[in-house]
Design a protein around this ligand. Structure first.
Ligand SMILES: Cc1cc2nc3c(=O)[nH]c(=O)nc-3n(C[C@H](O)[C@H](O)[C@H](O)COP(=O)(O)O)c2cc1C
Length: 322
């Protein structure tokens, strides 16, 4: 077997075969999706934003039972802090289980870093800004997930896209970087790596996979979305949220309708398939997604597309020897 991605720090940290992570998405990033991603050689991620230890235990055990491949767990700090007893039980459970790779998001990672690292866990923190990246580095994280404004889900109010954000963080930080936002295939992966990333994350692409548990209408809406198919909504007090442009999201942006709770989006859209009366999260990357595919096909096509992109760029050298 050839040694691809030699010296890649993300692969050393995670144990995955490919430098590709599935984003931790509330309700969606549970055993069926994470298992399929890890089996395909990328890194599946389990979300814990329900703050429910029983769900975390159940889903964690289901992934472990289904595959020996490595997977990671996300700790959304702000959500978990709302229930400190559960937060503590989830942390203890993960350390007991000797989880190897954790990502933290939405909050200050300092809260967990020391404890997790003392237990031998690798911690990457998701940041939407250069300031956040510098703070996370200072808190002692092992790596960063750098989320550009193209990304689906909750975003920074100051919108900086990946093209600038990745380079700005790379200029100032030596930690491994995982790029998030706007990536659905090997072209995007090669571009992110050219800008300084060591690995990439995909969220919206995996929502529109066969193994994703959401309603077929939501996947179809992602496939149908064009380049203007998403929009930002305010997410008080300080954030924004990138969602599909639907009747309801336009009404919410105009202040005619109020935004629903996450649980109502899960019920109405993820389970019920009502696209137009909800504001479901999606990245601008939806414009680049043209069919619902299996997780295996997404991972395989991304890797083959990546090497094609690298070969195409290498060919630009021609006979130039310098
Ligand atoms: C449907 C959906 C739900 C998401 N939910 C979460 C979440 O619960 N926690 C989180 O940290 N990020 C969440 N995100 C953001 C992803 O972690 C990631 O940053 C984003 O999907 C990357 O952009 P992309 O969708 O263009 O690949 C979500 C994204 C999507 C599309």
């Amino acid at each position: 077997m050839t040694d691809t991605f030699p010296g890649n720090r993300f692969l050393q940290h995670s144990g995955a075969r490919y430098p590709l992570i599935q984003a931790p998405m509330t309700w969606i990033a549970r055993a069926p999706l994470a298992t399929a991603v890890s089996k395909a050689g990328a890194l599946g991620m389990l979300e814990t934003s329900s703050s429910d230890i029983e769900i975390t235990r159940r889903e964690f055990a289901a992934i472990r039972a289904a595959t020996d491949a490595p997977f990671g767990v996300n700790l959304p700090i702000l959500f978990l802090r709302q229930n400190e007893a559960m937060e503590e039980r989830i942390l203890e459970f993960l350390m007991e289980q000797k989880v190897r790779f954790v990502t933290t998001s939405a909050g200050n990672p300092r809260r967990y870093v020391e404890r997790l690292k003392a237990a031998g866990v690798i911690v990457y923190h998701a940041v939407p800004s250069l300031e956040g990246a510098l703070k996370a580095e200072d808190a002692g994280v092992d790596g960063l997930i750098v989320e550009g404004a193209e990304s689906g889900g909750i975003r920074n109010a100051e919108e900086v896209n990946s093209f600038v954000l990745l380079q700005a963080v790379r200029e100032r930080v030596t930690l491994p970087i995982v790029a998030a936002g706007g990536i659905v295939d090997g072209r995007g992966m090669a571009a992110a790596m050219a800008l300084g990333a060591d690995a990439v994350t995909m969220g919206t692409r995996f929502v529109a996979s066969h193994e994703s548990p959401v309603h077929a209408n939501y996947k179809a809406a992602i496939v149908a979305a064009g380049v203007d198919g998403t929009m930002m909504l305010p997410r008080p007090p300080r954030a924004k949220m990138r969602v599909l442009r639907t009747r309801a999201s336009v009404a919410m942006a105009d202040g005619v309708e109020t935004q629903g709770r996450v649980s109502s989006v899960i019920e109405a859209l993820y389970v019920g398939g009502d696209v137009e009366n909800t504001a479901g999260s999606a990245g601008q990357s939806a414009a680049l997604i043209h069919e619902v595919k299996s997780v295996q096909a997404i991972v395989d096509d991304t890797l083959s597309g990546f090497w094609q992109a690298i070969d195409r760029l290498a060919a630009l050298r021609g006979q130039h020897a310098d």
